[in-house]
Design a protein around this ligand. Structure first.
Ligand SMILES: O=C(O)[C@H](O)[C@@H](O)[C@H](O)[C@H](O)COP(=O)(O)O
Length: 257
């Protein structure tokens, strides 16, 4: 797993724009090299704001949207179209404005699909396994970029401190109950799935995240799930100054404009 690098931006608005620019550039480069690319989306304020910033950037059309696989790191287990679903918010922010290939958009099942949260998690795991190639050496594809927000309690995706999902080493997707962040029932990738990604980008802003950022950079993943947000090749913590206030000295801070 890669050691995190930290980039600090002035404020949340600049951070969202910078994440959008980085995402566009990275996807263009990956598609130029391989013809296709895959991204795992996240919910949360900055996760969605970054997608909206992509939508507002003319350079977005440099991405070959038809050759992009979109997955989710977690989902709130709510009926289809519910405004609180991460999928709904991603579609409103960006996905409904670009020409994607419908079969390459992989939302997690809604609560009115007839499946329980456990069945929906198993279905998503099967979909991931079907998309994996032998060279991925595991039950999920080697995602090019996996985006994560960070909760004030250091959760990422729907992996919350003290929850059994933190200990899952086999399954790639699990149902989560009694989430401390509403809604109570969710579906989430597990650490093995997250850590299969080539690059993991943790995007966080606000003073209320400063302690969580410190713990995610220095702690253990069972106490601070954000500490398990690591990519195989690269891990970026993309922060605003407020969220970066408690970064330990000397940690790979790349930029602080
Ligand atoms: O479903 C969700 O809520 C997200 O996937 C969750 O992991 C989110 O990214 C963090 O809670 C940060 O959210 P904020 O940036 O809004 O604090």
């Amino acid at each position: 797993m890669s050691v995190p690098s930290v980039l600090v931006h002035k404020n949340a608005d600049v951070l969202a724009e910078a994440v959008a620019a980085r995402l566009i550039t990275r996807l263009v480069d990956v598609q130029a090299a391989r013809g296709s690319a895959s991204v795992v989306l996240t919910g949360g304020t900055l996760g969605i704001a970054s997608l909206a910033a992509v939508a507002a950037t003319p350079a977005r059309d440099a991405i070959d949207w038809r050759n992009l696989d979109l997955w989710w790191g977690d989902e709130r287990f709510l009926p289809a179209g519910d405004p609180e679903r991460n999928e709904t918010q991603a579609r409103e922010a960006l996905l409904d404005q670009v020409e994607l290939t419908p079969s390459r958009i992989h939302p997690m099942a809604p609560a009115d699909s007839g499946q329980s949260a456990e069945e929906a998690a198993d279905s998503y795991a099967a979909e991931l396994a079907k998309a994996a190639y032998p060279e991925d050496h595991g039950p999920v594809p080697s995602f090019d970029i996996l985006l994560l927000g960070l909760g004030p309690d250091t959760h990422v995706a729907s992996l919350f401190p003290g929850h059994p999902a933190l200990y899952e080493e086999e399954r790639s997707v699990v149902a989560v109950h009694h989430s401390p962040k509403p809604p109570p029932t969710r579906i989430s990738l597990t650490f093995p799935a997250i850590q299969a990604a080539r690059e993991v980008w943790v995007v966080s802003a606000g003073a209320e995240k400063a302690r969580a950022v410190h713990l995610a950079l220095t702690g253990g993943r069972l106490q601070a799930p954000g500490a398990g947000a690591r990519g195989r090749q690269r891990t970026l913590f993309l922060l605003d100054r407020a969220a970066a206030a408690e970064i330990p000295p000397g940690l790979g801070r790349i930029a602080s404009p």
